[in-house]
Design a protein around this ligand. Structure first.
Ligand code: ZN
Length: 644
């Protein structure tokens, strides 16, 4: 048994989840209110002790094992979660490889040097003569309290060329270490080094776990360019993977279930001081997919409060050009209005844009009057509304050409919205703005599709009873827990060996009107990590796929490699592998969809005392979708896999 299996066998999922969620027994399973979305009416969260899994049938529509639960709850990555659960289970993890250990130790050392540098910068702000005027700038001009300055650990880099370098050499750090953590830069014209940050206000940048990663620095003199300078890319500092402020705001973000995205350091700090402790900044770049994923751990409600220039018309129009097909193979986020809507569709995320009064920054507004800022947030528009407004602003909407141009851009976005009620509202809105009849905005085929869907509804409801009994029997016969894990493992091992087969698999799925392979097909936390790597390996060209995955595999998952040779033998044809992949995935999805249908049916039964009244429609839709999916799966299973 490897560590992961050992942990799963030792920790009881009901005990573990009971620490967070009040669970009630419902037959063999347990139900409760989902801890990941706010709803105190519908106990849509179900724990299945038999399979060692959980699932939210409400808003989240997500599930997994104990690893997934802790990762989602704490916002940790896999190794962190593993350490935590191993400790809980009383298991001592095998030591890291010597190379990895060395790397970790070096990163720790660099982070320690940055902590020392921070003391140096803070000393210069608080104790030195020049620092006093900077401090006055922060308190008088920026209206920051000493407490806030303390909380955000602001500092000042003196304006000498070698103050820092000399100081750190005396501390015993080598030039290499100082370069590696981005504090000094090699001179190009002569020997020696100079300080990267000179005569600047210093903002320490920590990751979500409070580890020091680098600095942001604002120029004090208008002659110094650029105005904002960051640490260079280092082992610790990867601008695309950090959000400024998250170390302090992640808890409030989760508590208020909302994150505000602002442009700059001062915006985060000023809002924090004014009582809005849920802002983060992507530090001058557009939001990256990694940053979006970081945020997603804490909330799905995001308000963009960006400078009108960057979130405004130009960016909106440019974003609309991005091809929608580019997202087919990944769950990645792309930051442009178009991409955000796709994200919204996938995640059920609520993304809004607020408009700032011309020439004013969020911190200025909030520090002057928190009520004004609150109002601005409340008036934030859903992103589709924002796109409609932006595209139609200043245009002659009586011109048929303009109308059709705008419609051709917005209609596809509206079609992506998952919620039918919202979709209708956006349609009406667009029709109103363009002064056209709503029906003529949308294609005939789609209207037909909708009416067909409605007439099928009753038939599907009738079907579900028989299916329920059949499924119950099926479930009792299967050692389901092992079966799911083994299917997931088989799938992951096949793709580990042949990552590029993802494309063939997706093509096959598409042919059968099924969703492409995604992370949610594998719900065991450990195996999901590998699937993520497999999908990532396809987006790089430096290494052979298998090698890339192997190199990036967390230490505790290397045991998987020893099983690789058993799944794909020398000389196995591509067709056979595809067949194996498809069969495994279909089986996995079938088990899952059956489980879903069964549980949705239970949740709707009148004798269930926690009967869902208000969200019945939601469950009905879910059930219809699930039954539809099952039909497609069965059809695919019964038709020949390869050929024709
Ligand atoms: Zn939920």
């Amino acid at each position: 048994m490897n560590n992961i299996e050992e942990i799963k066998s030792r920790i009881d999922i009901v005990d573990l989840i009971s620490e967070t969620v009040k669970l009630r027994r419902a037959g063999k399973n347990y139900t409760g209110f989902c801890p990941f979305h706010s709803n105190t009416r519908t106990p849509a969260f179900v724990v299945f002790p038999d399979s060692g899994t959980w699932r939210c049938f409400g808003e989240c529509n997500e599930g997994g094992d104990i690893f997934r639960f802790i990762m989602k709850k704490e916002g940790w990555d896999f190794p962190e979660t593993l350490r935590y659960l191993a400790n809980k289970a009383g298991i001592i993890l095998e030591p890291l490889t010597p190379k990895k250990k060395e790397e970790n130790a070096y990163e720790e050392k660099l982070s320690g040097i940055l902590e020392e540098a921070l003391i140096f910068f803070r000393h210069h702000l608080m104790q030195n003569e020049k620092g006093k005027s900077v401090l006055a700038y922060l308190t008088d001009k920026r209206k920051l309290s000493l407490k806030t300055i303390e909380t955000f650990e602001l500092g000042f880099a003196p304006d000498g060329w070698e103050d820092g370098w000399t100081y750190f050499q005396n501390k015993g750090y080598s030039e290499k270490e100082l370069v590696d953590c981005g504090l000094i830069t090699k001179r190009s014209e002569k020997e020696g080094f100079y300080d990267r940050f000179r005569n600047r206000i210093i903002f320490p940048i920590r990751d979500a776990n409070q580890r020091m990663c680098g600095f942001g620095a604002r120029a004090l003199s208008s002659e110094d360019n650029p105005k904002y300078l960051n640490s260079p890319q280092t082992l610790l500092f990867d601008k695309s993977a950090l959000l400024y402020g998250l170390d302090k705001t992640r808890k409030p973000i989760r508590t208020v279930d909302q994150a505000i995205i602002v442009e700059g350091y001062f915006d985060v700090i000023g809002l924090y001081q004014s009582g809005f402790q849920n802002a983060v900044s992507p530090m001058g770049t557009a939001l990256t997919p990694i940053q979006m994923r970081l945020l997603k751990r804490y909330t799905r409600k995001i308000i963009l409060a960006l400078d009108p220039d960057s979130a405004g018309e130009k960016a909106t129009l440019k974003g609309l050009e991005v091809a929608r097909d580019s997202m087919d193979h990944s769950d990645d986020f792309i930051f442009d209005p178009k991409g955000l809507i796709r994200t919204e569709a996938r995640l059920d995320a609520d993304i809004r844009v607020c408009s700032l009064p011309d020439g004013k920054d969020p911190d200025e507004i909030a520090l002057e009057n928190p009520e004004t800022w609150k109002m601005i947030l409340e008036q934030a528009k859903p992103i589709i509304t924002h796109v409609i407004d932006t595209l139609s602003a200043g245009k002659n909407l009586d011109d048929p050409k303009t109308k059709s141009e705008i419609a051709s851009k917005v209609v596809p976005l509206i079609k992506d919205v998952p919620n039918a009620v919202e979709r209708d509202a956006y349609r009406q809105q667009l029709a109103r703005v363009l002064h056209i009849d709503e029906q003529s905005l949308f294609s005939i085929s789609e209207v037909q599709y909708i009416s067909r869907g409605r007439s099928r509804r009753q038939k599907i409801e009738k079907e579900s009873d028989d299916e329920f009994i059949k499924d119950q029997l099926e479930m009792q016969l299967l050692p389901i827990k092992n079966k799911i894990y083994n299917l997931e493992k088989h799938l992951v091992l096949l793709l580990f060996k042949k990552p590029e087969m993802v494309y063939d698999l997706d093509r096959y799925l598409k042919k059968n009107s099924l969703f492409p392979l995604s992370n949610s097909d594998v719900e065991s936390g450990d195996l999901q990590v590998v699937l993520t790597l497999i999908l990532k390996s396809l987006q790089q060209v430096d290494l052979d796929g298998e090698e890339f995955i192997s190199n990036n595999l967390p230490d505790d998952l290397h045991w998987l490699e020893s099983e690789l040779e058993q799944v794909v033998h020398e000389g196995t044809t591509q067709d056979r592998i595809l067949e194996d992949l498809a069969r495994t995935l279909l089986m996995l999805r079938k088990i899952r969809v059956n489980e879903k249908i069964k549980n949705l049916t239970i949740l709707q039964q009148p004798e269930n005392e926690e009967k869902i009244v208000s969200d019945n429609a939601l469950f009905q839709n879910e059930l219809m979708d699930a039954i539809k999916t099952r039909l497609l799966l069965e059809k695919a299973q019964s038709s020949p896999l390869i050929g024709d």
